[in-house]
Each structure stands twice: as structure tokens, then as C-alpha cells.
Design a protein around this ligand. Sequence first.
Ligand SMILES: *Cc1c(COP(=O)(O)O)cnc(C)c1O
Length: 340
Amino acid sequence: MAKIVLNKSNYFHNLKIISEKAGSIDKVAVVLKDNAYGHGILEIASLAKEFGITSAVVRTVQEAEQIETFFSQILILADTNISTYSHTFHIVINSLDEIQRLPENTNVHLKVDSGMHRNGITINSLEEAIYGIYKKKLNLTGILTHYRSSDELSCEFFWQRSVFRQIKYETKMICEKLFLPIPKFHSANSSALFKFKNFDEDLVRVGIASYGYIETNTIFKNPYFKPVMSLWAKKITTRNIKKNQKIGYGGLFLVKKDMKISTYNLGYGDGFLRIDDTKKYTTTKGYEILGKVSMDNISVNSTDDEICIFDDVRELAKLHNTITYEITTALSPNIPKEIR
Ligand SMILES: *Cc1c(COP(=O)(O)O)cnc(C)c1O
């Protein structure tokens, strides 16, 4: 099996830029859902803690339990199957009926739909939701929303931001009426954070930028992030191939002149997607993946014992006509991780 190398100084470089933009390290919540976008949840959590980050975001309770001791606050985005109380966990409520299902004293962040129309309650039900939370004796610790086009150059982001401002205003009024403490407000993911001129919210939920990428069309210059993940494969065998022989399934790659090729221990079984027949992928060192990607191996025009498949995933994402998120997240959690 291949291995993933995590570059600690690059991760810290990204966290430093993010904390400075957020105004305080305590406002940064690192998003560790889906095995930290394929980087390894435990490895990234321990690095984030070492850097001084105190908040994290995950999808499920199971993920939160794995990293419970690393952070003082863990936001759980989409799991209301809560049976035991944890002081550290903050559960995101996406609909009115979820309020009834949570046990007393649970910390909750209420998600409000400001225009994405995916999850969250509508503004019109804000009062009903907060009153329901109060009656059910849950602790309202946060109010959040999510932008539908923070990565695009358009006025939609600013429109949604003004909707969220209204949500803030109304929440404050309702909380004052019920003598509830004012919750934390947060709306920004990576690309939204860098659209704020002066970031003035209580928390930012940052995923992709911390891993070294930001996918924003902007007229402003985005900061320079450094990719954290590199993917490596080990050699299985080397052989001499003669001109006109064909390599791999379907005999897709025709050898044009005698050459030495090796197989390496990485395939689609590890979440490394097959590459479209019409396209060509070359590694950082200029080696080419020859023919089809097999389940457990690839053929490459190299004899090195170990090769770096990528240390920046953007090229591969472009080749697959997708985004960086999908390539790293698809990698199998079983691939061993090494921090360097
Ligand atoms: C995944 C997610 C994020 C992180 O988004 P990035 O673009 O990776 O920074 C933030 N907020 C919510 C609600 C998410 O689901």
C-alpha cells in the first residue's frame, strides 16, 4: 500500500495565515470531517492541537469521539443521534424536529438557511426554534449559516451576508427577551473568510485552505497556501519492455521504444481514481502513469524505489475535471500516514 506524507511546516504555515486573517487563533475551527479530507483525522487533529487550535468541526459523533481530548469545542455538523452528554460537543440543529430529539443540557448551534436552501431552519422559524431550544433546556451556544457561492465572483455572497446580519439582529432580540446569553455567530468557510475585509465574526470553519488550497475566483489576491499532503508509492517490480509491447488492462499503452518500467503499490483500491484513457498524468518528477490504473497497482516509466505521485493535487483535479476536495477525500483511510 502507498503512503501519505503530511508536511507539518506547510500545515502550520496555512494555520498561521488563517489565524491572522481571523484575528485570533481562538476563532479558528479546523474542519476535520471525512477523515480530515483524506489527510487522517487523528494526525491532523494532533497537529492542530500542537499549533494551538482549540476548536474543530466534524460530521458525526463517531468522528467527534475520536478527537474529543484534542479540543475544547467540537462542532458536529450532521448527526443528532446523541445519547451521552459531552461538554465539548456542540450539535448543529438543521431542522425544527431535531430539537425534540436531543437530551437536556446538550450544547447546540442552530443552522439558519440564508439562501443556500440545503440545510437549516428558515428565518421565519427563528423565534419558534430558539423558544423550542429554551423549553427543551438545551444550551444555545451558536448560530450559523453557510454560503452557496463563497467561491465565486458574484454579489450573492454579499446578499447572503446581509441576510445573516438580519438573522443576528433577530437572534439578539429573541435572546434578550428570554434572558438567554447571546450565542456565537459564524458563517464563513475558507473562501468566505478571505472575502471579508475585516473579519468580525466569532468563529470561522476552515477546511480546504488549511490543507493548502483555496478555490476562489476573486479579483483580490488570495494568500499563498501550501499543500499539506503528498502521496507516495513503493516499487513492486521492474521489467524491460520491448518496442510494440502493450502494458496493463486492455493493452492500452503501446510501447514506442524499448524501455524499463516498474509497477508501484497504488491503485483505485486505495481511492486513487482511474485516469481517463484520453489523458496523461505525469508526476512531479516527470514520470508518467502508463495505461490503466489497476486496483492495486500502476505502471510507471521509472525504476526509483519510491515515487511521489503528487505533492500538489491541483493538476490531478484538473485532469479528473473535479475539485481538490474530491481527490484527497477519496483516498482510503487505510493508507498509512507519516508526518514530516
Ligand atoms: C465542509 C464545511 C466547511 C469547510 O469548507 P471549506 O471550503 O473546506 O473551508 C465549512 N462549513 C460547513 C458547514 C461545511 O460543511
